[in-house]
Design a protein around this ligand. Structure first.
Ligand code: TXA
Ligand code: MG
Length: 340
């Protein structure tokens, strides 16, 4: 698969491909997306096939501007307020869909998720295609989302038509997803760089879907279908160690060997030198850097031969850390040891 870098000619080529029903991977400020024409049922089918994604897991529809949302879904006053505050940006809203969006795009649901990315290449591509662009993260289903073009190539080389390489994604975890439940009420379905605290400044009541922080019971359904799938998981089991930081660090330090991987912070790297692979997420108090580094680190454990188990600290749940907490919890299959 040939890589393109976002010259005017590259964007034209990508936009034409989208209009003709092709699949183009492109950078956004969160993660890379795998784009197809959201008005063509066939393009959605090709996306599911390329990713190996279950057909009941709906796709996010990407728009050039929030003002376009009304063509594809039924908007309301709370949407307008949220759009004013957070769009363009790492933010997705679920609303009742209009008939022009095929049901294959929405996994059979009567709602559609809409997002307006702020990344200039994503914006130019969508605007030039003149279409709503359906785009899940550009990874094979079950793998961590791609935060650079190499990740996309690792997973999808030969399965898609083109990749636009815009370097590393700034944020590194997928967009915040909310569902509007009432005139001043919403549910946070997936945490991201638009935080729970920020949402509370715009909306009276913000409920956090249980799937964000807890393992659901058999048969229980998350607000966003994708939250139920095993996700982000490296091949080796991950265990999250919670509790006072020094105690958690000592717990991990006691269990090191060449077969153990450790995901930690800059301040701790030195004490884990006997591990097979140590990856830092950045300074301990820099949650944005943790989000930025997380998926590349999870992929690194998979690529490292001999790692049989992985330990990580359990992040807190404030601000941007809630997104990292949620992704790590899923990577760990909810395996947490809380030290007293
Ligand atoms: O940052 C992002 O959102 C990235 C970039 C490419 O924009 N996209 C992304 O898409 O993360 P994906 O497909 O990997 O995750 C979309 C999530 C899934 O959990 C899906 O179930 C949920 O959004 N979703 C989409 N449409 C929905 C709907 N109508 N109702 C409920 N959940 C929906
Ligand atoms: Mg995804």
């Amino acid at each position: 698969m040939k890589t393109f870098y976002g010259t005017e000619a590259d964007i034209d080529r990508a936009a034409t491909l989208l209009r003709e029903g092709g699949l183009v991977a492109f950078p956004t400020e969160t993660v890379y997306g795998l784009g197809g024409n959201a008005l063509l049922a066939d393009a959605a089918e090709r996306i599911y096939l390329a990713k190996g994604r279950p057909g009941d897991n709906p796709l996010i529809v990407h728009l050039a501007q929030a003002a376009d949302a009304d063509r594809y879904c039924i908007t309301n006053a709370l949407f307008e307020r949220l759009a004013e505050a957070f769009m363009p940006g790492p933010f997705t809203v679920i609303l009742p869909k209009r008939d022009c969006i095929p049901s294959s795009v929405t996994g059979g649901l009567d709602t559609v998720a809409v997002r307006v990315p702020s990344h200039p290449l994503a914006h130019q591509l969508i605007a030039r295609a003149g279409l709503p662009v359906a785009a899940p993260s550009a990874n094979l289903s079950g793998r961590p989302s791609p935060t650079c073009a190499d990740h996309v190539r690792e997973d999808l080389d030969g399965r898609i038509d083109m990749i636009l390489d815009g370097g590393t994604c700034e944020i590194g975890v997928e967009s915040t997803i909310v569902r509007i439940d009432g005139p001043d009420t919403l549910t946070l379905c997936r945490p991201g760089a638009v935080t729970y605290e920020q949402l509370c400044t715009v909306c009276g009541e913000v409920r956090i879907d249980r799937a964000v922080t807890e393992k659901l019971a058999d048969g229980e359904r998350p607000a966003a279908p994708g939250m139920q799938y095993r996700h982000y998981a490296p091949a080796s089991p991950v265990t999250l160690i919670g509790g006072e930081h020094a105690r958690a660090a000592a717990y991990i330090a006691d269990r090191l060997s060449a077969q153990v991987g450790v995901l930690c912070y800059d301040e701790d790297v030195g004490r884990f030198s006997e591990a097979g692979l140590v990856r830092s997420l950045g300074a301990r108090d820099d949650a944005a850097s943790h989000a930025h580094a997380l998926f590349d680190a999870l992929r690194a454990f998979d690529a490292h031969p001999g790692i049989k188990e992985i330990y990580s600290f359990l992040p807190d749940m404030q601000g941007m850390s809630l997104a990292v907490f949620n992704r790590l919890l899923k990577a760990a299959g909810f395996q947490v040891i809380l030290l007293k």
